[in-house]
Each structure stands twice: as C-alpha cells, then as structure tokens.
Design a protein around this ligand. Structure first.
Ligand code: AMP
Length: 192
C-alpha cells in the first residue's frame, strides 16, 4: 500500500525521531520542513535567510515560502510512492495547499498521526535538547512562543483531520521504543 502520512504534534513531542524510524520501516522518505529550513540556513541560501528570522523568534515561516518548498520536495522521485511529512502542514492554509498538491497527481493522505504530549513534559524535553544539540530556537522564551503558536495555529488541524476520518492519536509519552511500538500498531490497525 502507499503510505502518505502526516505526523502532527507539539514541538518536543518527539516527531523528528519517530518520523525517521517510521519512514524507514515504511520505505518512504521522512520530509521535515524544519530540517529543510535548517539546512538552508546552514548553506546561507536565500530561503535560509528568509526562514531564519522567523525560526529564531519561534514564529512560523510564511505559508507561501513553506508551501513552495514542500511542493518542490514532493515532486522528487523518492516521494512518488509515499512520504512521511514531519512538521507540515502547520496551518489551515497549508492543509489546503497540501490537498491541492496531492489532488493534482490524483493522490490523497492515508493517515494523520497526532503525537500527544503534555506541555510541561515538552518544555522539559526541549530545554534538554537545547543543551544536547545547541539549537538556537530552544531557549525558554522561544520554546514558550513556539508552543503558543502551535496551540493557536496547528492544534486546530487535529479536529479538521478527525472530521475526515484519517486521524490517529498516539500517546507520545514514554521511551522512544514504546512510542514507536504504539505508532506502528496504530497504523497497522488502520490498514486492516
Ligand atoms: P521544527 O524542526 O519542525 O520544530 O521546525 C523548526 C522551525 O521551522 C519552526 O519553529 C518554524 O519556524 C519553521 N517551520 C517548520 N515547519 C514549518 C511549517 N510547516 N510552517 C511554517 N514554519 C515552519
């Protein structure tokens, strides 16, 4: 079966780690918009310069910029049979744009997985990651802003995908292996 999957969840819920694991198992690329932005920042591209201001402040990069970047990435040959989107869509406008991109090639999403985690836990995880990885947007005030933006702009997408009947909720608390196990069984159950 094809696997066109979106992974939703607050910053710090462990999306990146789980996306990489799951994508490997499904044999599709994990596409992280955050990673693509960070790579552009590191390479000093025009896109990187635009994105950096927003990222450093914990704000979303404007939809037009993000949508164009994702449209390009989804056209790559490795995404023809499926993909696991990590960190996209994050706004209603991005949901609409993704629908449009997929419809153009007769595709649609198979599942949207929401990794849930409570706010105190994600703040603690992000502060810990700041120490381990030195990410510039992992300071406490930026973390709080990123969570606010998530709650305002991205959390409402959960209800939207639930109405479409493709939402799977997975508890993001626990060890990495526990969460991977839950994700895999949620997707297996859905397939049947
Ligand atoms: P992430 O690694 O997914 O936490 O993303 C890091 C940062 O990249 C976010 O805080 C945003 O500034 C930006 N970003 C990533 N994905 C998106 C998106 N879909 N829309 C807008 N901004 C994004």
């Amino acid at each position: 079966m094809t696997a066109r999957i979106v992974l939703l969840g607050p910053p710090g819920a462990g999306k990146g780690t789980q996306a990489a694991r799951l994508a490997k198992r499904l044999g599709v690329p994990a596409i992280s918009t955050g990673d693509i932005f960070r790579a552009n920042v590191a390479q000093h591209t025009e896109l990187g310069r635009t994105a950096q201001r927003y990222m450093d402040a914990g704000e979303y990069v404007p939809d037009e910029v993000t949508n164009t970047m994702v449209a390009d990435r989804l056209q790559a040959a490795d995404a023809a049979e499926g993909f696991l989107l990590d960190g996209y869509p994050r706004t209603e406008a991005q949901v609409e744009e993704l629908d449009r991109m997929l419809a153009e090639s007769g595709q649609s999403l198979d599942a949207v997985v929401e990794l849930t985690a409570d706010v105190d836990e994600v703040v603690a995880r992000l502060l810990n990651r700041a120490v381990e990885q030195g990410r510039k947007d992992d300071t406490e005030s930026v973390i709080r802003r990123r969570l606010e933006v998530y709650l305002e702009q991205t959390a409402p997408l959960v209800a939207l995908y639930e109405q479409r009947g493709i939402l799977l909720g997975v508890d993001g608390l626990g060890t990495m292996d526990e969460v991977t196990g839950r994700l895999e069984s949620a997707l297996d159950r859905q397939e049947r």
